[in-house]
Structures are given as C-alpha cells and as structure tokens.
Design a protein around this ligand. Structure first.
Ligand code: SF4
Length: 357
C-alpha cells in the first residue's frame, strides 16, 4: 500500500445532455451452455438480459454491481468484442453499432476505446511504451513517420503524467501498477475517441492510486470532452467521477439516477445494500442492518420473480412468484428503479416493467 494521503478529487464538469453519444435499448447477451456428444444447447447464462441506457457527450455513466452481474459484458458487447449479441439495439452517434462491419466498424472502433482492469496483463510485455501507445496511430494512418509517431507518443505520455523522455523506450515490467494504467490510458486516448469503456480500470490499484487515476480521467474528460462508461464493483469507486450511476443485478439495471441523487436517495434494496457495504471509516460504527447477505445466485438458474428476492430484506410473496413482472418506476427526474416498493414512494410514476422468471 502506498502510504500517502489520497489526492483531492477533481470536480466533474457538466455533461452535454442535448447530445446522446451512445443509445442502448433492451440489450441481451446470453451465453449458451452446451452438453453431450453433439454439444446440444441445454441452457443459457443470461449475462445481460434487457439493458437500456443512454450516454451523453462528456458524460460519465457509472456501471456498478457485484461480480457476475453482467456489467463487463455490457461494456464488451457495445465495443463489439462479444459478437453477436442475443437481442436489442445499440447506436453510436446515430449509427447502428450492432449492424456495421468491415471498414465502417474499423472507423467506429477508432472512436470507442477501452481501458482494461489489469494493468499487468493488458500491456504486451515485449513492446516498448512507444510501440504500445503508438501502434494505433500507425495502423489508422494518423502518423506517417517514426519521428511523427515519437512526438505524438511523447505528447500523450505528458498528458497522462508520465515522463516523455525517460519512459518512452521502457517496457511494461519497469513500471508500477498505477504507471501501467497511465500507459493504458495513453493508448486509449491516442485516437481521440468519443467514448471510453473503463472496465474496472481502477479496481486492481491501491486506494490512493485509484484517486490519482480517477482524477486523471476527469482531467482528460474536461480537456478532450469524451464520454466514459465507467464499470466498477463498488459504489464508492464511481461516486466522484460519475454524472449518473446505473446499478446492475444479474443481467439487469435495477436502479439508475444522477450520481448525487443516487447517493442521497438510494431506493432499490440492492443499491441500499451496496451502499451499506462501503467500509465505515469509523471502526466503532455499528454494523449496518442493510449489509448485503449471501452470494449472487447462479445466472444459469436465476430465482423466480425478482432476481434479488433471496437476498432482499423487503421481499414479499409476490416478489417470489414465477413469471411475476417487476414494475419500473420513475421516482424523480432521471431516477428510475425496478422494484415493487416504488408503489410506496409518493409521486412515483409507473413507466414499465421488467419480465419476471
Ligand atoms: Fe426486494 Fe421485492 Fe423489490 Fe425485489 S421486488 S428488490 S424482492 S422488494
């Protein structure tokens, strides 16, 4: 662990809500389970099962949930790293993201990049920083000569807080975890993308380094105006960077709201439990009764009715009924949740339902 105090967190700039960059509707990605001599499909893992959201220009949408909730699958599906999807639609700057191929897809990929979780395995150990960061510049014809590439890589290294002279010829093993993630960020911004999927981009780092990387991402967003889909395990990680936060459970979004609203008024029992799971800074603080119990159920065979019911302290008989649809409510501007408890919230408007099991 680094012993230094966490740096002050940079304030996020407002997003341009008049411009939608990415629009995802009812996205589904199921993975078949095959068995037997003829590899017959006997079941499906419904990793993503009807997810809808938009991301605006310059916006960070936090995507949060425990392992296996489907958040990483959403990120990879929209980057077309998990073709084909099972259902739904996704458009990027008005273009049908799931239908394009060939050259069009190559052009779209230039505008959408990813930062991976593991700063150790995501960088080729046999390539220098110059090659790692500069590769895409050459592939996409942005630089023509070695000199041009070196100069551009040096600019990028400076932007992410690395030494453009000392670091450019080094290999990944010569860097700390935080520095490697800076290399990954330099690679991701090299093509000046409009959207970056940050796939657990700070989860493997110490807390103080996490804050530095989050600050860096916010500074880059302010300078370059790109949007982020920021995927993380815990609500504490996404709080300062996200304009809005979506909470996922077993393949579905159960609550989505502007960031400040979600932390002040968490309404879905799962969101409340995730918030209560954030470690208290005071060791004498009493144990929170909402603390999340048990494990995420097997996604091959999710619970009937509401998928969260075996872990929900408010579960009623109707939450457990087979095929029971779960109502979706708008409980404040931009704040929606899927839970029967919406009926008890004054002013909540029922806007749809999620199919039950
Ligand atoms: Fe809990 Fe029922 Fe709401 Fe599901 S629908 S979160 S089980 S109260």
């Amino acid at each position: 662990m680094s012993g230094g105090a966490a740096p002050a967190v940079v304030r996020r700039k407002a997003a341009d809500t008049s411009r939608v960059v990415l629009s995802v509707k009812d996205l589904k990605k199921w993975f078949p389970i095959r068995k037997g001599l003829f590899s017959k499909v006997v079941a499906h893992v419904k990793a993503v099962d009807g997810v809808t959201f938009d991301i605006h220009a310059g916006e960070t949408l936090g995507f949060v949930g425990e392992s296996g909730c489907g958040k990483t699958t959403v990120g990879r599906a929209i980057l077309r790293l998990l073709d084909p999807v099972t259902g739904g639609s996704a458009s990027f700057q008005g273009q049908d993201l799931l239908a394009v191929g060939g050259d069009e897809l190559r052009q779209l990929r230039r505008k959408m990049q990813i930062i991976f979780q593991d700063p150790y395995s995501s960088l080729n150990p046999r390539m220098t920083v110059e090659s790692i960061v500069g590769e895409a510049l050459t592939v996409h014809g942005i630089v023509r000569t070695t000199k041009e590439r070196r100069e551009r890589v040096q600019e990028l290294l400076k932007k992410v807080g690395l030494d453009p002279v000392r670091h450019i010829a080094r290999y990944p093993h010569e860097f700390s975890g935080g520095q490697r993630q800076r290399i990954g960020i330099a690679r991701a911004i090299a093509l000046e993308p409009d959207l970056i999927v940050c796939d657990e981009a700070v989860s493997a780092l110490d807390v103080s380094i996490q804050a530095q990387i989050i600050n860096l991402l916010q500074q880059l967003q302010e300078e370059m105006g790109m949007s982020y889909l920021f995927i993380a395990h815990g609500l504490n990680v996404v709080e300062h960077i996200s304009h809005r936060v979506a909470v996922m459970y077993l393949g579905r979004i159960v609550e989505i709201a502007p960031s400040d609203r979600l932390y002040d008024h968490p309404s879905h029992p799962y969101t409340q439990a995730l918030l209560s799971a954030i470690p208290e800074t005071d060791p004498d603080a009493p144990m929170n009764p909402e603390q999340l119990q048990g494990e995420v159920p097997n996604p091959i065979n999710p619970p009937a009715g509401c998928r969260f019911h075996p872990r929900c302290r408010f579960a009623e008989a109707r939450c457990k009924a087979k095929d029971q649809p779960i109502p979706v409510w708008r409980i404040a501007p931009g704040h929606e949740m899927a839970c029967i408890l919406g009926e008890k919230i004054p002013g909540a408007e029922r806007i749809g339902e999620q199919p039950g099991f």
